[in-house]
Write a protein that binds this ligand. Structure first.
Ligand code: AMP
Length: 258
């Protein structure tokens, strides 16, 4: 990556690099529901100081605020199906005009179809053509503007995913993610940080999970293959500690950035 860095000790004793001055560029986190894309995106936000853009979070905010998009999306989300490409693409396009994406951004849960992937590739493509970079009209002359997309796919097996999904609980205030089986809060049902009552996403049930996995296999797995076929792609084993998965992603991105 662009800048030389010093190392600092992480909370768990890992030697973590100070990556806040780096230019990570556009990063895609790919993988099935429950592999930990959201958790990892939050780790990378802390390390790199670039924003997480989660289409699931943006859609849930629309549902909560009762917008037209939210009303349309809610029923689809409850069935574990995908919101139409054009709506999601527009939402992402708007988010990419915010100034905080100048050093890069982490797309979490997008693209989820080949149509979305093609849209993104085109949107981020330099006028001069491949390799893809950030579209000049939204991010012209930014430090990340010349960097191509790097895609990282997180792998976790099906049984583990089911436990992760059905055990997942979120703090509605600080958005910290817990798991009642794997990473429980100190007090049952209460956020360690905020003291707020934890909530379960309404689509984190076993029934909905099955639907989301079917959707993933038919529509999103081809997106992983699309980026695998491009040269800037890595797979990381998601069945490790949060810190180890994050370290795997960071080293993959550094290697792919060359
Ligand atoms: P997530 O929080 O990423 O698991 O997303 C929750 C739900 O939001 C998904 O099951 C979809 O219904 C919807 N959603 C999120 N991202 C997308 C996307 N890129 N395309 C279509 N629907 C999406």
């Amino acid at each position: 990556m662009a800048t030389a860095v010093s190392t600092v000790a992480g909370e768990d004793g890992h030697r973590m690099q100070d990556l806040s001055q780096m230019i990570p560029g556009p990063i895609l986190l790919l993988g099935a529901p429950g592999v930990g894309k959201g958790t990892q995106a939050k780790e990378l936000v802390k390390l790199w100081g670039i924003p997480q853009i989660s289409t699931g979070d943006l859609l849930r905010a629309n549902v909560k605020n009762g917008t037209e998009l939210g009303k349309m999306a809610n029923e689809i989300m409850q069935k574990g199906q995908l919101v139409p490409d054009t709506l999601v693409n527009e939402m992402v396009a708007l988010r990419l005009t915010d100034p905080d994406v100048k050093r890069g951004f982490i797309l979490d849960g997008f693209p989820r179809t080949l149509v979305q992937a093609d849209w993104l590739d085109e949107r981020l493509a330099k006028k001069s053509g491949a390799p893809a970079g950030i579209q000049p009209d939204s991010l012209a002359n930014t430090p990340a503007g010349s960097l191509p997309v790097v895609a990282v796919s997180i792998q976790v097996d099906y049984t583990q995913l089911l436990r992760r999904i059905t055990g997942r609980r979120n703090c509605p205030v600080c958005q910290t993610i817990y798991n009642i089986y794997l990473q429980p809060p100190k007090v049952d049902g209460i956020c360690d940080v905020e003291g707020a009552a934890l909530v379960q996403r309404s689509d984190d049930t076993e029934k909905c999970f099955e639907g989301r996995m079917l959707t993933y296999q038919s529509l999103t797995a081809p997106v992983v293959e699309h980026y695998r076929a491009l040269s800037r792609f890595a797979e990381v084993n998601g069945d490790q500690s949060v810190a180890d998965v994050a370290a795997g992603i960071v080293s993959s991105v550094e290697r792919l950035r060359g």
